[in-house]
Design a protein around this ligand. Structure first.
Ligand code: NOJ
Length: 499
């Protein structure tokens, strides 16, 4: 399981109200106790924070807000001592407009770095993300041309068709690989290669951001080079790509033939409603597109860009059932910090809203305990607390065996003891409407999983004799399965051992 940390919101050690690397170090215990295999740290690099770190001004240094390179090295060493792998977030599609590369590029049409970014005399019809009424091109007064930015004007797109850009960005990867990181979550990876003719978006999708549509074949050669670079390092280093194309068929192509991304995010399930038929369709799609390539799936319910699934699905019972699903489907699950506490979206009053993409609610600080500062060194974090921090905090839930946190713990323990859950095949089982039922199997190890999407009790027959290993509501664990699934309940069953 990979655990995503959004550093601003995880834990504050220096009292400025913003999370930092030292804060993360203080809570490594939480992660190892839970059973996390790897952490992914969202960007902590030097940045003017127009997009809260996804606008990087120096890829090879830590922003003072988060600490120093020495703090990073200490965090990495301590994580490794505990057997935790560390992935960092690499943002190769764009830099900050404050990056010295862009400053030089925009200084003159004849600058040596002019071609490191995308400059044109005339814009096409591409729209920027966050505000789709805005063009993805901004006019630069000084040099009289437009530059491209799939996101904010403060995030100019790099020109990956320029070999000097490729070399400089490879240098960034080497910098961190040499320091010992275990890999990268690669931001907007499908954005890197662009059609050199910059054709208009088709009329049907012209009003949608181009960042969700760009899917040019030249990206694949870029990825093969990245893969070679990363694989040349000792140990299992990994590239996890954010392919924000909402088609599993398109996402699958980014695994190449085992020579591009090791893993790719597949977001259609994240946007699927909490309905068994929709999920069955999504899982079938993953099997259909990924299996023939030998590609290993990933599963995500929440992250720093989307409303938390506890809020989207509308009840804690459903969020618990979703946790069972997330941690038992075939593939690598990604858990977004705080979902293991069952956190909801925070309500952020207009005067405290800061994100240009309206994503503040899922970025609220993590409450560690019931004290007034909830374990944060400062009393006033950069965003308000999520609902019920007095009860939904890590310390309280660790003591409460009925908590969401304890459910995640039991699910991860169940994975650890079962090769079927970690690596096994996935086979759908017959089930009544509203229920998703499947079997995982490997090396004679078997588990059956039942997920009731409906809010009613339902009978689900499963052939054979089964014991409830994990129940999303904790009911009946250790007892025989009697063919009944409670409202919004999900179960992990293991074969009953006779005797
Ligand atoms: C995807 C990241 O997850 C998001 O937070 C960011 O705003 C965009 N890429 C731009 O870097």
């Amino acid at each position: 399981m990979v655990y995503q940390i959004y550093p601003r919101s995880f834990a504050d050690a220096d009292g400025d109200g913003v999370g930092d690397l030292k804060g993360i170090r203080r809570h490594l215990d939480h992660l190892t106790w839970l059973g996390v295999d790897a952490v992914w740290l969202s960007p902590f690099f030097r940045s003017p924070m127009a997009d809260f770190g996804y606008d990087v001004a120096d890829y090879c240094d830590v922003d003072p807000l988060f600490g120093t390179l020495v703090d990073f090295d200490s965090l990495l060493a301590e994580a490794h001592d505990r057997g935790l792998r560390v992935l960092i977030d690499w943002v190769p599609n764009h830099t900050s407009d404050q990056h010295p590369w862009f400053q030089e590029s925009r200084s003159s049409r004849f600058s040596a770095k002019r071609d490191w970014y995308v400059w044109r005399d005339r814009p096409n019809n591409w729209k920027a993300a966050f505000d789709e009424t805005q063009s993805a091109w901004t006019w630069d007064e000084t040099t009289g041309q437009y530059y491209l930015h799939l996101f904010l004007p403060e995030q100019p797109d790099l020109n990956w068709a320029n070999p000097e850009v490729v070399e400089a960005m490879h240098g960034v990867l080497r910098f961190w690989l040499d320091r010992g990181v275990d890999g990268f979550r690669v931001d907007v990876v499908h954005g890197l290669g662009k059609d050199p003719n910059f054709p208009d978006a088709p009329p049907q999708t012209a009003d949608r951001a181009w960042s969700g549509q760009n899917d040019h074949e030249s990206t694949h050669a870029i990825l093969r080079d990245l893969r070679r670079l990363v694989d040349a390092y000792p140990g299992d280093r990994v590239l996890v790509g954010e392919v924000y194309l909402l088609s599993t068929r398109q996402v699958a192509a980014y695994y190449g033939h085992g020579d591009e991304l090791h893993l790719a995010f597949n977001f259609p399930p994240l946007f699927a409603p909490w309905e068994s038929a929709a999920w069955r369709e999504n899982v079938d799609q993953v099997v259909k597109e990924l299996d023939p390539r030998g590609a290993w799936p990933t599963w995500v319910l929440s992250n720093h860009d989307n409303s938390r699934h506890r809020t989207r699905y509308g009840s804690e019972a459903r969020a618990r059932a979703a946790a069972v699903l997330l941690l038992t489907l075939r593939g690598t699950p990604f858990v977004y910090a705080g979902e293991e506490l069952g956190l909801e979206e925070a309500w952020v009053p207009p005067e405290r809203q800061v994100d240009p993409g309206g994503r503040d609610g899922c970025r609220a600080p993590i409450p560690w305990d019931a004290s007034s500062g909830h374990g944060w060194a400062g009393e006033d974090p950069w965003l308000p607390w999520p609902p019920e921090p007095d009860a939904r905090n890590a310390a309280a839930q660790r003591e409460d065996e009925d908590s969401v946190l304890q459910l995640y713990w039991r699910l991860l323990a169940a994975r650890l003891e079962s090769v079927a859950l970690r690596l096994g095949s996935w086979t759908a089982l017959p089930s009544p409407p509203g229920v998703l039922a499947y079997e995982r199997e490997a090396e004679h190890d078997r588990r059956t999983v039942l997920v009731n999407y409906a809010d009613d009790t339902v009978e689900v027959y499963v052939a054979g004799s089964w014991t409830i290993r994990v129940a999303s509501d904790g009911h009946g664990e250790g007892r025989g399965y009697e063919g009944i699934l409670g409202p919004s309940q999900a179960l992990v069953l293991m074969p009953t051992v006779p005797g």
